[in-house]
Design a protein around this ligand. Structure first.
Ligand code: PRX
Length: 652
């Protein structure tokens, strides 16, 4: 890609300045940028004061590219900052979570209650032999115990690795193995789309593989029949409920690992992104305060992400709890039992701040305005978006139909690797443009550069890079130091390359243009093309597979696969086979990775060196005339593919 290979197709001239009333009460004022620029490290020192420290740090930053240590020499316990302090400060009665189960069951959990729950769970983990530094896999539905489990790990210094409950047994196994987890915390199941789904069988299946998991702690959520391995499986209520309700925290080093979270890369093997304690907590708390303008006494904040993703970690668990926010968590799907469910929840709890993803906003748009219009959404005062570029049309719809035309929208750009928000408007300061994440938040340095690493002028596009270390940056890829250096720090030596293309408009606002590598973004979730290809090839009928992310009006990108079948192998034909392959991918990786479409082809377009030219397949998948194919080893191939298409559309 050259610096201007990303076309500037749309220009957006509308801007939306915050109202004077919003600005007057905003946590972050315009002066924050200057303050951070004056002395970046002193600025971060000041933000770190939001945490409760057992021992203050000696040095703000030690930076030996690409290794950072923040708040060096400090000691703290994550949950003291997130829980104990609120109780000590007299806010134990404040609601931490309004939990709404999909079947309609509810729970109200105060900060004091949450501290008790976490203390009991921490005692329970210790009682079954979990120590600081041990890895614990958490594979749960979106219920309060998932949050309690994460915080209990943090309390005793164990490292959690949350695996999204929609992932398959195989995906779970590879993550358990990679982190060498000792314990799995799961549930019998959860509720989704109006029915109970099972989770425990996937754990049982995964643990048939080779692991060092000695115990499985199972929360009873659905009450469904659950197979049991005596000596290994323990009910959460049997182990946690009888524990002492207080727990004396231990204090850990600033750089003590807090969690591992797996994300897709350009190879089939997921990357264990790991984050440490003080820097991560500082930046999630700071961004949650300035970007979401949280007022803990009056706001009701709802981040719709699952705990299985980084957004759930940073903006449902750690950031909001440190700031003492009152939150909503909802277990289920947006259309159960009706398409107005989420709007009903906003009305019911008086949600003031909503943080969600473009894919859901587009789904709501598709369903129609009548669903949000049936409910009173006037409590909302701020809206957020994350996970993929939000198209201006969806942005405007979000502003008007959900926000009633008077809520600032913060389009927040960040990644699993960055740990916290990096580029976003400040809601009381920035005049926003629909579709732009605008500029780096105070304290963060991001640039758009050409292929030589030179910053591009306004009006041009290139690669998005981060040229200064930041507190919540990943500290590595678990157990794969070379991969860490190679993936993030080699494209421009010594500089973090985020993998995204971006452009600067005439005013210098940043517009994200999607990933430049072979990683797709489906409903805001990163899925590597290679991982889906490997899953397809692991089916006996498939000889070779190539996968591309094709533009999709609902999910941002949809997965389109091209497969070559193996000769001489008995297999189903036509639609039956395609269905089987789609299900096979779901089994290998999880339902989110199911291809939208699979085309059986005889050949794949390859260069003379054997590299698949995904660009051409993308043209086919997006129903475009096929682009320049002159470097193909066999120029006829694209004609054959276009003629030989045999496709199956997604029926789910
Ligand atoms: O491509 C960018 C896109 O999502 C990627 C990060 O994915 P993940 O690590 O799963 O984290 C998602 C939640 C933070 C980025 O490299 N992305 C995320 N937010 C935005 C975005 N693209 C455009 N605009 C955003 N606001």
């Amino acid at each position: 890609m050259t610096s201007d290979s990303i076309e500037n197709l749309s220009t957006e001239s509308r801007t939306f300045a915050p109202s004077p009333e919003f600005t007057a009460q905003a946590n972050a004022q315009a002066g924050l940028y200057g303050e951070a620029d004056k002395d970046r490290l002193a600025f971060w020192d000041q933000q770190a004061e939001a945490l409760i420290w057992e021992k203050k740090w000696d040095k703000t930053l030690e930076w030996e590219s690409p290794y950072a240590k923040w708040f060096v020499g400090g000691k703290l316990n994550t949950t003291v900052s997130a829980l104990d302090r609120h109780v000590t400060e007299g806010h134990g009665g404040r609601i931490a979570f309004h939990f709404e189960g999909e079947p309609g069951d509810t729970r109200t959990i105060s900060y004091a209650q949450l501290l008790t729950d976490v203390s009991k769970a921490a005692n329970a983990l210790t009682s079954i032999g979990i120590n600081a530094g041990d890895r614990v896999a958490i594979y749960m539905p979106l219920i309060p115990e998932a949050v309690v489990a994460m915080l209990a790990c943090a309390r005793i210094g164990a490292i959690h690795s949350v695996v999204f409950g929609g992932f398959s047994a195989d995906a779970l196994l590879s993550r358990i193995q990679d982190a060498d987890a000792k314990l799995v915390i799961t549930a019998d199941g959860g509720f989704r789309k109006g029915a109970a789904f099972a989770l425990k069988p996937a754990v049982d299946e995964a643990l048939k593989g080779e692991t060092n998991v000695a115990q499985v702690l199972v929360v009873q959520r659905t009450g469904q029949e659950t197979a049991w391995v005596e000596g290994r499986d323990l009910w959460w209520h049997d182990v946690v409920d009888p524990q002492h309700s207080t727990h004396t925290p231990e204090y850990f080093d600033s750089e003590h690992p807090l969690f591992i979270l797996y994300t897709s890369g350009t190879t089939a093997k997921p990357k264990g992104i790991f984050h440490t304690t003080a820097g991560y907590l500082t930046q999630v708390a700071y961004t949650h305060k300035v970007v979401f303008d949280i007022k803990p006494k009056t706001d009701v904040y709802w981040c719709t992400a699952d705990v299985g993703w980084i957004t759930g970690h940073s903006y449902m668990v750690y950031g909001p709890l440190i700031n003492g926010a009152t939150q909503v968590i909802y277990e289920g799907t947006p259309d159960t039992p009706h398409k107005g469910r989420m709007f009903e929840i906003i009305e019911k709890y008086g949600v003031t701040i909503l943080y969600t993803a473009p894919t859901l906003i587009r789904t709501w748009m598709k369903w129609g305005d009548e669903f949000p219009n049936q409910f009173n959404l006037s409590s909302l005062r701020l809206l957020g978006s994350v996970g993929e570029p939000i198209n201006p049309e969806a942005w405007i719809w979000y502003r008007h139909v959900i926000g009633g035309g008077n809520c600032p929208i913060v389009d927040t750009w960040w990644q699993t690797e960055t740990g916290a928000i990096m580029i976003s408007p400040l809601p009381g300061v920035t005049a926003t443009k629909p579709g732009s994440a605008m500029k780096p938040i105070p304290g963060i340095s991001a640039k758009v550069v050409d292929d030589k690493g030179v910053p591009v002028p306004n009006g041009h596009g290139g690669f998005l890079i981060l040229d200064q270390p930041w507190p919540s940056m990943l500290r590595g890829v678990w157990g794969e130091d070379e991969r860490y250096k190679e993936t993030y720090w080699s494209r421009f030596p010594g500089i973090y390359f985020a993998g995204d293309g971006a452009k600067l408009d005439e005013d210098g606002a940043i517009w994200l243009m999607g990933r430049v590598d072979d990683v797709m973004n489906v409903s805001g979730h990163r899925i590597s093309t290679t991982e889906v290809e490997s899953a397809l090839v692991s089916h006996e009928a498939v000889a070779e597979a190539a996968v591309v992310g094709a533009a999709d009006p609902l999910t941002g990108q949809g997965i389109v696969a091209f497969v070559i079948l193996r000769g001489g192998v008995e297999h189903a034909d036509g639609d039956v086979l395609i269905k089987e392959l789609r299900n096979h991918v779901a089994k290998e990786i999880g339902a989110i990775a199911k291809p939208r479409q699979i085309m059986v082809v005889n050949e794949l377009p390859k260069t003379r060196s054997g590299k698949i030219m995904r660009r051409l397949l993308k043209d086919v998948a997006e129903n475009r005339a096929v682009g320049d194919a002159t470097t193909l080893a066999d120029p006829n191939v694209m004609k054959l593919i276009s003629e030989g298409l045999k496709s199956s559309k997604d029926e789910d």
